[in-house]
Design a protein around this ligand. Structure first.
Ligand SMILES: [Cu+2]
Length: 156
């Protein structure tokens, strides 16, 4: 008679422990599976070089990021007078020429618009496939010498 409550208590305790053990096993198996999936997902990119490969493919991929700029002539200057892109970016520049006769050129990327009359626009597109600082300028008359130029910076 005296032992009965203890036995019941022990059984309840065992059941509780058993189900706790069962569920904790189950959930740890679940989290193991999740971890495994994440690991297999990461594994191919890690031995391939991690960050470096990511950067390389960002500049080498055939579908590069397109950077769009609108640049305007303003008397004998360009606004903005500097642009920055990453090596490998496809660069799309719309040159807007509200007044005067001007063009837009970047020799290193063989970029050139026609000479635009007042009110005309032109768009050029190229891939910034080398890093460095490159001058864009207007080739009309002595405009470049008068300050009609700017800098395209291509970072690695
Ligand atoms: Cu000009």
């Amino acid at each position: 008679m005296k032992n009965k409550p203890i036995i019941i208590f022990a059984v309840v305790l065992l059941l509780a422990l058993g189900s706790w053990y069962y569920f904790s096993q189950k959930s740890s198996t679940d989290s193991l599976e999740t971890t495994e999936t994440q690991v297999t997902g990461d594994t191919p990119s890690l031995p391939a070089g991690g960050m470096e490969t990511g950067e390389l493919s960002a500049s080498d991929t055939t579908a590069p990021e397109v950077k769009e700029f609108t640049i305007a002539s303003d008397h004998f200057s360009f606004v903005p007078n500097s642009m920055q892109v990453k090596k490998g970016d496809r660069v799309k520049i719309t040159f807007s020429n509200p007044a005067g006769t001007h063009d837009f050129k970047i020799d290193e990327f063989s970029v050139a618009t026609a000479k635009l009359s007042a009110g005309q626009n032109a768009t050029v597109e190229f891939v910034a496939d080398k890093a460095g600082a490159f001058e864009y300028y207007c080739s009309v008359g002595n405009h470049r010498a008068m300050g009609m130029w700017g800098t395209l910076v291509v970072t690695e």
